[in-house]
Write a protein that binds this ligand. Structure first.
Ligand code: TXE
Length: 496
């Protein structure tokens, strides 16, 4: 039966707009494997309009002239509106990206806190009076917005990943053009309606939807954009870095990972096994912080593997819009194929597939893009399955003997986004957290995030930090103002 597709449009300069070309992209419901909505397929002309709108808003008295305290109040008002609408936004995300409603609703409920937190910081952005070494000079610093910020986001957690960029960018006084993923744009297009109600002037927040190589590339290279804040794959991150180079834009890159989750023999094994499950099977492994390499100390290796299989086998797979589903589909057809290819690479590379390993043979799952929770044992760290990001429910288990070996394996990766350590020995926990090359280390927990906690990658996992107070620095630039306080005329040929 043909379904009527619902059209969602962009927000540019406070007005709703389709693409200048009139073209659309179908957005799929991954559980049904069917299109359910359409989003505009934008290109250069739309990007030019959105950037121009953001540039004009940046200089408008309504935004530039708004006091930081007032800006903060509007962000808090926005947070309240998000809280009131969070269930609806979570349901939209589930429909569009296929991730569990339990997960998406929790994310959209928590999302408001980023806007509250950064709303509170708006009027705490302070310059300094410098204790001058040149007595007649008075000098102070001001911290000013960068300009127009492009927020380019991925499909796995559209609104949360956006909030990590948008909230500090606005708090710092920038204006924004958002390019959500072509695979899951709908929640963003719906969400931006809240800005008018919260009292933000038109043009402060704009959107352009479309393909990465069209709208995304045009935005990343646009001379009117001062910073690109991006979440996505590392190869795309590299392209964005290159596109930003000719005009020397600032960049913030939150990229992928191959995060080690390390279980020592002295750990609380029940908690550790649940931590391993949450690291890889929650969100169907579609999270940058997936604990995709599970390092297990040999004395407890078999017990951990046995417990993991029991939990993973029992996980309820199905409709992501039901609150008791534990494993949903993956978000895109290409991603589905990529995961299956990686599973084949694991088998071909000699890893032992103990669970799953393909598409579930269950008619009740219909045409949804499902992959079985898959566990590989006896993985060595040089196998493809241990080196490349899968972004799916595929766990590689690697045995180790002692702390040094665990560290050597854990750090032997091009990535460095996160790591987990499970032990009751706090000296060991501290030592491991000192030595692990990762932007986040979790001890006896996994996949915890907060608006207060800086988040970002070492090595090829990214540049810059999101969340926490320091994130706002990434959206500000410092101006130093010098004032001569004496009436003198200095020698122009020497430095003053
Ligand atoms: O992400 P992309 P995709 C990883 C994961 C996955 C892989 C590819 O391993 O398999 O990336 O996923 C836009 N200029 N992660 O293809 O391509 C694109 O339209 C400017 C990790 O979805 O990185 C989208 O809005 N923009 C990750 C955004 O970039 C471009 C989350 C992300 O797309 C562009 C998702 C270009 N040339 C995937 N090309 C994480 N870190 O959480 C694409 N885009």
């Amino acid at each position: 039966m043909l379904q009527t597709l619902q059209d969602y449009t962009n927000l540019i300069a406070g007005e709703r707009a389709g693409a200048a070309s009139g073209d659309w992209i179908e957005s799929y419901n991954p559980y049904l494997g069917q299109p359910w909505a359409r989003i505009p397929r934008c290109s250069d002309a739309d990007v030019d309009r959105a950037v121009a709108a953001a540039q004009s808003a940046l200089k408008s008295p309504d935004w530039k002239g708004m006091t930081p305290t007032e800006r903060g109040k509007r962000m808090v008002r926005l947070a309240d509106l998000i809280s009131a609408k969070s269930a609806e936004l979570g349901a939209l995300e589930t429909r569009d990206n296929g991730k569990l409603i339990a997960e998406m609703a929790a994310q959209t409920a928590y999302l408001a806190e980023w806007y509250r937190y950064y709303g509170g910081l708006c009027d705490k952005i302070e310059g300094r009076v410098l204790p001058m070494d040149k007595p007649s000079k008075f000098a102070f610093t001001r911290r000013e917005p960068l300009g127009v910020v492009a927020c380019i986001t991925a499909w796995n957690s559209p609104l949360l990943l956006l909030g990590w960029k948008l909230a500090p960018a606005l708090a710092a006084g920038n204006t924004v053009v958002i390019k959500p993923s072509e695979h899951a744009s709908v929640s963003t297009l719906d969400f931006v309606s809240l800005f008018e109600d919260a009292g933000f002037p038109p043009g402060v927040v704009n959107t352009v939807t479309g393909y990465g190589h069209e709208a995304g590339a045009a935005l990343a290279a646009h001379p009117g954009v001062a910073k690109v804040a991006f979440t996505g794959g590392d190869h795309t991150g590299q392209k964005i870095y290159e596109a930003a180079a000719p005009t020397l834009k600032h960049v913030g890159l939150e990229l992928g990972g191959k995060s080690p989750n390390i279980i020592f023999a002295d750990a609380n094994l029940e908690a550790a096994v649940m931590g391993a499950v949450s690291g890889i099977f929650a969100a169907t492994g579609q999270t940058c912080i997936a604990g995709s390499r599970l390092l297990v100390q040999r004395p407890v290796h078999d017990e951990v593997v046995g417990r993991l299989i029991d939990v993973a086998k029992a996980a309820r797979m199905g409709d992501p819009s039901l609150t008791d589903t534990q494993v949903g589909p993956v978000t895109t057809r290409p991603q589905h194929q990529h995961i299956l290819n990686m599973i084949e690479a694991g088998k071909a590379g000699g890893a032992e597939c103990l669970l799953g390993g393909g598409v579930p043979d269950r008619t009740e799952l219909g045409d949804g893009w499902f992959v079985e929770p898959t566990i590989f044992a006896n993985v060595s760290n040089d196998m493809t399955i241990a080196r490349q990001e899968v972004f799916g429910p595929v766990l590689s288990i690697i045995p180790f003997d002692d702390d040094d070996e665990a560290l050597a394996i854990a750090n032997d990766t091009i990535y460095g986004l996160a790591a987990g350590v499970w032990t009751k020995d706090m000296a060991r926990a501290i030592h491991m957290s000192d030595e692990l090359e990762a932007g986040t280390v979790w001890v006896n927990t996994y996949r915890a995030v907060s608006f207060m906690a800086p988040f970002g990658g070492y090595k090829r996992s990214g540049i810059g930090r999101e969340s926490g107070q320091e994130a706002i620095d990434g959206f500000l630039q410092t101006k130093t103002v010098w004032i001569e306080t004496e009436e003198t005329t200095a020698n122009p040929f020497i430095i003053r």
